[in-house]
Design a protein around this ligand. Structure first.
Ligand code: 3PG
Length: 216
């Protein structure tokens, strides 16, 4: 990654190529946001997907954007134009969606957010490609066919790069990362709920560091 200024924008491909894993983060307490982000950055992971699944998510993004300049905060679980607008206002610089609609894509473009649209079928890939997306999240990856599905897609969708997410773990990440059409994986294992609850930031540093060592 060559860009490091806080104001920089990142393409979806840059977001995917920064590290082997994008952490999928669920935060219930704003007080956890900054130390957690610092721990991930200390372990070598700076593209952080904070999911819009809790009432605290937007405030957490804001805190990270303001106080952890080496992190690049993104919004996960973006399901509507309103989600995209709120995420951009909170300081998110990229978005990840569990599925894809053209209106969500347009809202992300309007707000300057690069988007990793979620797909689970050939038709969904084609819809996202029609709107110009070539970097896609495969979700839910394990449940929807795992590495075998990505191998099958590599024929007709030879020009698409994927970030499989959903059921990916430290143990099976390599099965995905070794595929030529996989740029990175997403997963929640880097930020375990019990580590957050206990304030065990050292564990999150260690999990991040291990993730950066995954070959791809
Ligand atoms: C999600 O959106 O919940 C992600 O896919 C994370 O899934 P995981 O908890 O299986 O990593």
């Amino acid at each position: 990654m060559t860009t490091s200024s806080a104001a920089a924008t990142f393409t979806a491909l840059q977001v995917m190529q920064d590290a082997p894993v994008i952490p999928v983060i669920v935060l219930h307490d704003v007080a956890h946001a900054v130390p957690m982000a610092r721990a991930l950055v200390a372990g070598g992971i700076r593209m952080l997907e904070v999911t819009l699944r809790t009432p605290q998510a937007l405030a957490c993004m804001e805190a990270i954007a303001k106080e952890v300049p080496d992190a690049v905060v993104g919004a996960g679980t973006v399901r509507s134009p309103a989600d995209a607008a709120a995420a951009a206002k909170a300081g998110a610089r990229f978005a990840v969606s569990p599925g894809y609609t053209s209106t969500v894509g347009q809202a992300c473009r309007d707000h300057g957010l690069s988007l990793l649209p979620g797909v689970a079928s050939g038709s969904e890939i084609m819809m996202a490609q029609e709107d110009g997306y070539t970097e896609l999240k495969f979700f839910p990856a394990m449940q929807a066919g795992g590495p075998a599905m990505l191998k099958a897609w590599s024929g007709p969708f030879f020009d698409v790069r994927f970030c499989p997410t959903g059921g990916v773990t430290a143990t099976n990440a390599h099965d995905f990362l070794s595929l030529p059409n996989v740029a990175c994986v997403g997963g929640s294992w880097l930020v375990p709920a019990d580590a957050l609850a206990q304030g065990d930031w050292a564990r999150i540093v260690a999990l991040a560091r291990e993730a950066t060592q995954l070959p791809r």
